[in-house]
Design a protein around this ligand. Structure first.
Ligand code: CU
Length: 320
């Protein structure tokens, strides 16, 4: 019996991983893959640790327990039904089996706790941040502010469908203004809400934090690979909840500094301050990532940067 259960568990898990592996190729990085059933590929070490915890620790345990219980149910239905077992046994206790079904779950939970607590501490132990960004969720857009770079809050709306199509970027994931961060640096995001509870989530970073009015939560990430990564609001926050994308551009430090200047801010940190007449550098920065046309309307940079978050409805809402 035991061999049968173990065999069934192993077979089912092999099939599951096989399907997952098939669906995994070719995965998009930083956004969902159509038809994909596995987690998005991660680009931070925390996210990879979390994926390991889910895929290697939790999933096999969950699968094995589910199959074991299913096997026991089937066995009892067949072996101990009225026809197969007309005279049932009269005993009600079995000390050995009661100890086993108490101790084994405790051991399983302790095993899970080792990995779970390690991961929790890793998320909690933020290294000294190189950059702090404040992300505020509003109905229904995000506001991003860079207090140390003196970039006041700017609005990031959902990119309207026709524009997304024109730029060949994913609709409902692409934003009018991205959150821009430097590659290889520890970025701290202070997350809060301006009206109702939202949630700042970027799956490929392994980052999720509730954006609660009157409270600041913080998350951190460090992405070495420059590129564009998408997330969205993960807290049902009203009728346009689905139109709150988070588009993150990870740029090389020099390109990030150029972007800061284009936003009317002053870059700090290791890289030298770029003089205002650095337009070619800014252009190079915006050309560095695909679809970077959304990064910065350079010409009106400072004016846009100082625009306060207006209660004006998102374009998607206005279009309706
Ligand atoms: Cu929201």
């Amino acid at each position: 019996m035991r061999a049968w259960v173990a065999g069934a568990a192993a077979g089912a898990m092999t099939a599951l991983w096989g399907v997952a592996a098939l669906a995994q190729t070719p995965d998009f990085i930083g956004q969902p893959t159509p038809g994909g059933i596995d987690l998005q590929p991660g680009v931070t070490s925390l996210r990879n640790d979390a994926a390991f915890f889910h895929n290697i620790i939790l999933m096999p345990i969950i699968t094995a327990i589910t199959l074991l219980v299913l096997g026991l149910l089937i066995w009892i239905c067949i072996r101990y039904n009225k026809k197969a077992n007309p005279v049932p046994a009269k005993f009600t206790h079995n000390t050995f089996i009661e100890v086993v079904w108490t101790v084994v779950p405790v051991l399983i939970l302790m095993f899970i706790a080792i990995f779970s607590f390690k991961l929790l501490f890793a998320y909690n132990d933020m290294p000294k941040p190189d950059l702090t960004v404040k992300a505020t969720g509003y109905q229904w857009y995000w506001g991003y502010e860079y207090p140390d770079q003196k970039i006041s809050e700017y609005v990031s709306n959902v990119l309207p469908e026709d524009e997304a199509k024109k730029k060949s970027v994913p609709y409902l994931l692409a934003a009018t203004e991205p959150l821009v961060v430097p590659a290889g640096k520890v970025v701290q995001v202070l997350v809060t809400g301006g009206d109702v509870i939202h949630s700042f989530t970027v799956p490929s970073f392994g980052v999720i934090a509730d954006a609660i009015p009157g409270r600041v939560n913080n998350v951190w990430f460090k992405v070495d690979r420059p590129g564009i990564y998408y997330g969205n609001c993960r807290q049902l926050c009203g009728i346009q909840h689905s139109a709150m994308p988070i588009e993150v551009h990870v740029l090389a430090q020099a390109d990030f500094d150029a972007w800061v200047v284009s936003k009317g801010g002053s870059p700090k940190g290791s890289a030298p301050v770029i003089p205002p007449a650095a337009a070619p550098a800014i252009e190079a920065a915006t050309a560095a990532v695909p679809a970077a046309a959304t990064i910065a309307p350079v010409a009106d940079g400072p004016a846009t940067a100082t625009t306060p978050p207006s209660p004006a409805p998102a374009p998607a809402l206005a279009a309706k």
